[in-house]
Design a protein around this ligand. Structure first.
Ligand code: ARG
Length: 281
């Protein structure tokens, strides 16, 4: 058992309040427009997460919500930011198309000089997951495989394409979480946790080769959105219902922080989906 204390590094996050959140259409298996959403509770849960990040010493920027886009609370989908460079999103479904421009505008207004409007469909950090060495990139439900080459060229980081095969885990960030991005040096390997059942056999083999020490989640923790987590290198904020992940995280020296985001789960997202990360150069 590894007992070493992990160290957190301060992060800068982007979140969008759930002011206009509702489930009025269904674009993933979790969304049931017949099920009521408690908007006041969604707000409280979202604020708890934002305040928790701040209490841990992180910066949280707030993206103003837009009444036309009920899914805007899932701020991770609007762009990918690596080394201060922004690759905008291009959403798969018409209901979310307009969010991309709102995000791109925010970045331009907040001092990001390199902002690319993408040619291919990509749903931001929903499908791009960043380590110090690579971009892990999901495909199969939302982001186009063509977006992988586009991201590799733009960020100058090798992209590892991963095939998602279970519609409940339609974005890579619902099935895999970076606990520690690694150093980018040989031997400074990233540490991840993931749910093998979300991936094709070939992609499972790729993950096993890249991350032989990964924490593997079972189906119950995956269904509780336990992989839709955010780590600062030490604290791992994840849905509190993913009870099976707490002990293995502690055993690896992380501090799991259980969050309650049940109202947002009705939209098919949790901790990571509502948190974009602004990675500076
Ligand atoms: N309702 C949203 C959609 O289906 C949820 C997005 C969740 N975000 C995420 N990063 N997985 O597009």
């Amino acid at each position: 058992m590894r007992t070493s204390r992990r160290s957190a590094t301060p992060r800068r996050y982007l979140m969008c309040p759930p002011t206009y959140f509702r489930v009025s259409y269904s674009i993933n298996p979790w969304m049931d427009p017949g099920k009521p959403v408690d908007l006041a509770l969604a707000h409280t849960q979202w604020e708890d997460l934002r305040d928790r990040y701040r209490a841990l010493g992180h910066t949280v920027e707030e993206l103003p919500p837009h009444p036309a886009f009920p899914d805007m609370v899932f701020a991770a989908n609007g762009a990918t930011v690596v080394d201060g460079r922004v690759l905008g999103a291009r959403f798969a479904f018409a209901e979310r198309h307009g969010e991309a421009a709102v995000h791109a505008e925010w970045y331009r207004a907040h001092g990001f000089r390199a902002v690319r409007e993408p040619q291919n469909v990509n749903e931001g950090e929903g499908d791009f997951v960043v380590t110090a060495s690579w971009l892990l990139a999901g495909r199969g439900f939302r982001s186009s495989p063509l977006s992988h080459a586009e991201a590799q060229e733009y960020f100058a980081r090798p992209v590892i394409g991963l095939d998602l095969v279970d519609p409940r885990y339609y974005h890579l960030d619902t099935a895999l979480c970076v606990l520690d991005p690694g150093s980018g040096e040989p031997g400074g390997r990233a540490e991840v946790m993931y749910y093998p059942g979300a991936f094709s056999a070939g992609s499972r083999a790729v993950l096993a080769r890249l991350f032989p020490d990964a924490l593997l989640a079972g189906p119950a923790d995956a269904a509780a959105f336990g992989l839709n987590a955010v780590s600062d290198g030490r604290h791992v904020l994840l849905p509190q219902a993913a009870v099976g992940l707490f002990a293995p995280l502690r055993e690896r020296g992380y501090e799991p922080v259980g969050m309650d985001l049940t109202e947002l789960l009705k939209g098919g997202g949790s901790v990571k989906c509502v948190t974009g990360e602004l990675r500076s150069g």
